[in-house]
Design a protein around this ligand. Sequence first.
Ligand SMILES: O=C(O)CCC(=O)C(=O)O
Length: 231
Amino acid sequence: MAWMDTTVRAHLFPILQAVRELASCLLAADEPVMNYVIARAKLPGSAKQHIPWHQDMSYSLMAATRARERSEALPELSAHADRSLVLHVPLTDETTANGALMYAKGSHRDGLHPRFFQEAWRSPDGEPSGSELGGGFADGHEGVETLETRAGDVLAHTLFTHHGSHPNDSPGVRWHLEVGVQDASLTNHWGYHRPPLPAGLSRHELAQWLGDLAAMQQGLCASGAEPTACG
Ligand SMILES: O=C(O)CCC(=O)C(=O)O
């Protein structure tokens, strides 16, 4: 029997079902799949939970390409970004004071900045990456916009969009869900199981979908092999 509790049944499942249509529309994909879901809390004054400016592609390199040189990887990274999105779903209202998201407008057009081609992934002789290069954007940059949102809104950004968030200087905890979605036809070189977003809210569909979620969490490939051996 798949694991199920009240929070999943009453909150997580309906949210994921609700974003299915949005993902399908934005990706022009009949059956979008989910490649991860994270619930994040941003505690007041917590420096450790402050996420600096970044591009999410940085965390998807091993799923998007086998190339270890950025210039060689860029076409595959672009193809991957074209058919993937990150949905940021506020569970509490997000204001500048409690850590709302900031986007650098138009930054999704410029591909992956060398800083975000991870050290651990690039070849030892590749171009330099790392903090010395800077990311190109910071809170005060003229192309940067803060998006204050209400619980129930959804923000969508590409894997190339430069984004960061304000610190949480309010007395309350800020919660959000982050859902990575993709067109199912996109090759995922890592090869772990990616379930479709849930289509219905019945107990039967939920139980079935939780089995899918458990397989994804265990890192199982479609073939059942370990992720490092997939793709
Ligand atoms: O909430 C944050 O501080 C950052 C969230 C984020 O990077 C995202 O939703 O992609």
